[in-house]
Design a protein around this ligand. Structure first.
Ligand code: IVH
Length: 697
């Protein structure tokens, strides 16, 4: 290979790798497999080793450099890195609008706003000169930060050089939203110039799942764990050895610019579009509003969505859009008057761990639970929290009497994150996991490779039985009103019930002389039990409590097999072959019905008169859509999304939630969002409601 061939190939490889990086980290739409990426990277490394003269500092091979000498050098920010004033509720948000924005700009002046998620990470500033990344620094105190350039180079979402604006695959219009109307904005357009020098500001953060996986890894190596994703991001960025940072799942979002030359920017919204065009990741959930009422609505909607996010957000930031208006409003100390953070209620807090108790679940798994000094978390009082399992306690060295960090995330049960070791007094007690089941005294067992201890006394342990009854009568299973934890415990301790089928043998005589059971209550209870015999097959399957079989899997199995008998006889391969089922469910079903006590239970439920056969599978209207997968997005003119979905299924088609190469059609209505743009990117045919209906004929 001549040097000129090599140069050519090196340039080609760099452009392919840069593009792959951009698609993966910025567009979240990977085009290269990891293996292909690695192979090309290896080839590039090889060429650069053979021809060192071709090496450049912004080559994709140059993300990991040598460790920092000792301390990180201090960097003075040429323009202060500001912080934000907080609004703790809607009222304070309105006050900001009225008393700051409207008062200073004049109540009649039109003001537009940009609303952005406030990701919980740490702020950084990235400097680019002639398109090349030259320096990256932490915020520090806003005036002086630390030079973490070498570490930031390893973050793959941070471009090492800016994208030329002519590149065909760049998304020009921002973020799926239609461009805001507003005559002024249309006139502005988007600058195509490359800045001679620009400082880009944004947040380094870690996704929740990545943070949890990282902690798992650290726990395995018996290293210190991070208390939350934010600490994990900060700790990972401030590593002396960039190869450690490179190994941490750090991400970046750009949300502002510092000083810049060679380009004109007039507003926040335009800046975000521009940053995206330059190749920076910009959050998909940023929005532009011309009315403050819409800002408030979006802020509230965001709070609702908090739990569905892949990352921790502690609020949303509302910014006045126009830079001219921002300048007019100015800054007080470090807080700009033109922006405010609408904060979500905290969901992490420190409280005292009073005691640890163990719970026996319906499959015998024994879990430790924390009894806490009651504490307010995101609007509810928390008294108990999960401690997961023995290893979790041990890895974090959680002791009774510790001050512990407790966290609650949406529907998830509150859990103990870890102890605040700095607050220890020396009176904390190391807690020993019990060796026998607290309910039946059977020695606990642990399966190879599992974290959980189990009580193996499956048939008899009263604690397991109580949990199984609770599950059997629950709303998603047999829905027997009038029986809960208290009654289940009572029936078991009175010796009336040895498995859930015994519920159907209860008679009025059982309750004679039992306190609290008047004849009316007994009649209602027995009536509720009787009525449950009519529940459809899928409810019975849920009620059996097979691991990994919840409502969705049970419904699929009931529809496919039509009877419990057929399901019992099913081979794992047959279950696995059903759409939506997998090897885990298949193995679990198999294991459940191989146990003689479970088959016996089924026999007894049958004798009690339960419905063990399902409704006949639904007749299809036609087969016109068999083999086709549809994604629905936006508001259709006449059909609801459910109705459209039913229609497609009735004709043999399938519905999927996300657009991929396997999608046959995307049916799009008004205000369709990212799914529509994804479909356009992938070249998937897009149908209107009318075109969908035409397909059915
Ligand atoms: S703007 C107005 N935008 O919040 C200048 N900050 O409390 C302030 N943050 O240090 C920065 N997401 O670490 C801005 N979309 C966003 C943000 C954001 C998170 C953080 C950032 C900053 C802190 C200010």
């Amino acid at each position: 290979m001549t040097i000129s061939d090599a140069r050519h190939r090196v340039e080609e490889l760099r452009s392919v790798l840069d593009e792959a990086n951009y698609r993966y980290h910025v567009l979240d739409d990977p085009t290269l497999s990891d293996a292909a990426y690695d192979a090309l990277m290896r080839e590039l490394r090889g060429l650069e080793a053979t021809y060192p003269e071709l090496l450049t500092p912004t080559s994709p091979t140059q993300r990991v450099g040598a460790p920092a000498a000792s301390q990180f050098a201090k960097v003075r920010h040429p323009q202060l890195m500001l912080s934000l004033e907080n609004a703790m509720n809607e009222h304070e948000l309105h006050e900001w609008h009225v008393n700051r924005v409207q008062k200073l700009l004049g109540p009649e002046t039109p003001v537009s706003f940009v609303v952005e998620p406030k990701i919980d990470g740490l702020a950084i500033a990235l400097t680019y000169e002639h398109g090349q990344f030259v320096q990256g620094a932490t915020r520090g105190d806003g005036e002086i930060g630390e030079d973490v350039t070498a570490n930031l180079r390893t973050v793959r979402g941070i471009p090492l050089h800016l994208r030329p604006s002519t590149s065909g695959t760049t998304q020009l219009s921002l973020l799926d939203e239609p461009a805001p109307s507003g005559s002024e904005r249309d006139a502005l357009g988007l600058p195509s110039a490359m800045p001679t020098r620009i400082e880009v500001r944004g947040e380094i953060y870690m996704r929740t799942a990545d943070f949890e996986a990282l902690n798992e890894r650290l726990a395995h190596r018996r290293e210190k764990l991070f208390a939350n994703a934010r600490n994990a991001a900060a700790g990972s960025l401030r590593q002396k050895d960039p190869s450690i940072t490179a190994d941490r799942p750090l991400r970046f979002f750009a949300y502002a610019v510092g000083p810049f030359t060679g380009v004109e920017l007039a507003s926040q919204w335009q800046t975000l579009s521009y940053l995206r065009r330059l190749g920076f990741p910009v959050n998909q959930d940023v929005r532009y509003f011309e009315r403050f009422a819409d800002v408030v609505t979006y802020c509230n909607a965001w709070m609702e969505r908090r739990d569905q996010l892949a990352y921790e957000a502690d609020g949303v930031v509302v910014k006045v859009d126009a830079f001219a208006q921002q300048r007019e409003l100015g800054v007080v100390q470090r807080d700009p008057r033109w922006a405010i953070a609408f904060k979500f209620p905290a969901r992490e807090a420190v409280t005292r761990l009073l005691n640890i108790v163990v719970n026996v679940g319906r499959t015998g798994v024994v879990t430790p639970n924390a009894e806490l000094e009651p504490i307010e978390l995101g609007g509810v009082t928390v008294r108990n929290a999960s401690l997961h399992n023995e290893a979790y306690l041990r890895e974090r060295d959680i002791r009774v009497g510790d001050q512990v960090m407790v966290k609650r995330a949406g529907d998830v049960i509150p859990y103990v994150v870890g102890p605040v070791t700095a607050s220890r007094t020396g009176n904390e007690q190391v807690w020993a996991f019990p060796e026998v089941c607290p309910a039946c005294g059977t020695p606990l067992e642990r399966l190879e490779g599992e974290a959980a201890w189990r009580c193996p006394n499956f048939g008899i342990c009263p604690a397991q039985l109580v949990r199984r009854i609770e599950h059997f009568v629950s709303r998603s299973a047999m829905d027997i009103v009038g029986i809960g934890e208290r009654q289940a415990e009572q029936f078991v301790s009175l010796g009336w019930i040895r498995d859930v089928a015994d519920l159907y043998s209860l008679t009025p005589e059982h309750f004679v002389g039992v306190e609290g059971y008047g004849s009316k209550r007994v009649a209602n209870l027995l009536q509720a039990i009787e009525a449950s015999k009519q529940r459809p097959l899928e409810r019975v399957i849920v009620g059996l409590g097979i691991r990994f079989v919840g409502t969705v899997a049970a419904t699929t199995l009931a529809t496919h097999f039509g009877s419990l008998e057929a399901l019992i006889e099913a081979q794992p391969a047959e279950i696995e072959a059903i759409e939506g089922m997998g090897p885990v469910v298949a193995a679990s079903v198999r294991e459940f019905f191989q146990r003689p006590e479970n088959r016996e239970l089924v026999d007894r439920l049958r004798s009690a008169g339960l419905q063990l056969t399902g409704a006949a599978p639904r007749e299809r209207a036609s087969d016109s859509l068999v083999g086709k997968t549809f994604v629905l997005t936006g508001t259709l003119p006449t059909l609801t999304r459910e109705a459209a979905g039913e229609l497609i299924k009735n004709h043999g088609g399938k519905i999927s939630e996300s657009v991929s190469k396997k999608t046959s059609y995307v049916v799009a209505g008004a205000s369709a969002g990212s799914k529509l743009s994804r479909a356009e990117q992938l070249g998937i045919p897009i149908l209107s409601e009318e075109q969908l209906l035409a397909l059915l004929l």
